[in-house]
Structures are given as structure tokens and as C-alpha cells.
Design a protein around this ligand. Structure first.
Ligand code: IMP
Ligand code: MG
Length: 179
């Protein structure tokens, strides 16, 4: 795996510090409301598990799996629901935990869907934000790191289901996804 990584973008230490900071901020905001914390599978799993361990408030954990990428490095423009929530979000505060906002397509759609289901509020927490790539109007309520338009893997993020288990975030060599 390592020979496919051009360089480390965000180290384990940097991730640990920022993720804790994010969780403490969100915890303060939802102290009284028992929010539903929704992890978007699979990319958010490592971020999610680190994040919730620093949330010192009661929460309901749940997950959704959607895909907008066929498998490559370019969004296909179609959102497919692969696993829905178990929880009824009507009247609940919802905190969506996502790995990365790229075009904004995934989160724009999810935010609308949860609104339609009667969520009291929807807050978006993302680990990474590729601002320069936005095609849909959506902004995170909490973003850990702004990044450039490079394809990154590790800490849950994949390319063709590979590299998710790297403990840091690395930039994938272009030749891997352009061949
Ligand atoms: P969006 O719908 O275009 O905002 O895309 C969001 C999804 O695209 C994320 O949840 C990721 O699964 C995937 N994605 C976007 N950029 C990257 C990247 O640099 N590395 C890995 N996955 C990415
Ligand atoms: Mg992905």
C-alpha cells in the first residue's frame, strides 16, 4: 500500500487533535438534546469512531450507506441508498458525520432527505472539505481540514475499497487512479 502514497497529508497526531476538538465543540452544542449521530458508510468509520469517543453527551448512533461514486475517482452524479437509518429522525437533532465533501452532491441530497423526514435540525460535520470542487450548494457546519483538489486515502477513505485502514491521510499517486 505504502508505495502507492505520494506523501502524507495529515498525520495521526494532527487527526487525533482536530477530531477531539470537533467532538468537544459539537458536544457543547447538543448537551441537552440526545442527537442522532449518523455516520455515512464506509468512508467515515474511523473518523466516526474517534469522534464519538470524545462526545461526552448522550447520543443515538446510526448509519447510512450511500454511493455517488461507481468505484473510480470521479462522482457519477447519482445517489444510491444502500443502507438506510434504523432510527426515526422526526423531531430529532441530527448530526451527520462524513469523511469528505467534494462536489457536495451526497450531503446536499442527504440533508434534504432528513429534512423531509422531519428532523428538527441537521448539522454536518466533515473531516475534509474540498472547497474548490463544490458543484452543489452545501456548507459543513463543522469542518476539520480544508484540502486542495487531490485524491486522498486512508483514515477510512478509499480508492476502489483499498487504503481505508491506513492510520493517516495520504495523497494517492496519480498514476494509480489515472491508469
Ligand atoms: P460528493 O458527493 O461529490 O461531495 O462526494 C463525497 C464522497 O466522494 C465522499 O464521501 C467520498 O466517498 C468520495 N470522495 C471524494 N473525494 C475523495 C477523495 O479524495 N478520496 C476518497 N474519496 C473521495
Ligand atoms: Mg468512497
Amino acid at each position: 500500500m505504502l508505495q502507492d502514497i505520494e506523501r502524507i497529508l495529515i498525520t495521526e497526531e494532527e487527526l487525533r487533535a482536530k477530531v477531539k476538538e470537533a467532538a468537544l465543540a459539537i458536544g457543547k452544542r447538543y448537551r441537552e438534546s440526545n442527537p442522532v449521530v449518523v455516520g455515512i458508510l464506509k468512508g467515515s468509520i474511523i473518523f466516526y469512531s474517534d469522534f464519538i469517543r470524545h462526545l461526552d453527551i448522550p447520543v443515538t448512533l446510526d448509519f447510512m450507506a450511500v454511493s455517488s461514486y461507481g468505484g473510480g475517482s470521479v462522482s457519477s452524479g447519482k445517489l444510491r441508498m444502500k443502507k438506510d437509518l434504523d432510527t426515526d429522525v422526526r423531531g430529532r437533532d441530527v448530526v451527520i458525520v462524513e469523511d469528505i465533501i467534494d462536489s457536495g452532491f451526497t450531503l446536499a441530497n442527504l440533508k434534504q432527505l432528513l429534512g423531509e423526514r422531519g428532523a428538527k435540525s441537521v448539522c454536518i460535520v466533515t473531516l475534509l472539505n474540498k472547497k474548490g470542487r463544490r458543484a452543489y450548494e452545501i456548507a459543513p457546519d463543522y469542518n476539520c481540514f480544508d484540502i486542495e483538489n487531490e485524491f486522498v486515502v486512508g483514515y477510512g477513505l478509499d480508492y476502489n475499497e483499498k487504503y481505508r485502514n491506513l492510520p493517516y491521510l495520504g495523497v494517492l499517486k496519480r498514476e494509480i487512479y489515472e491508469k
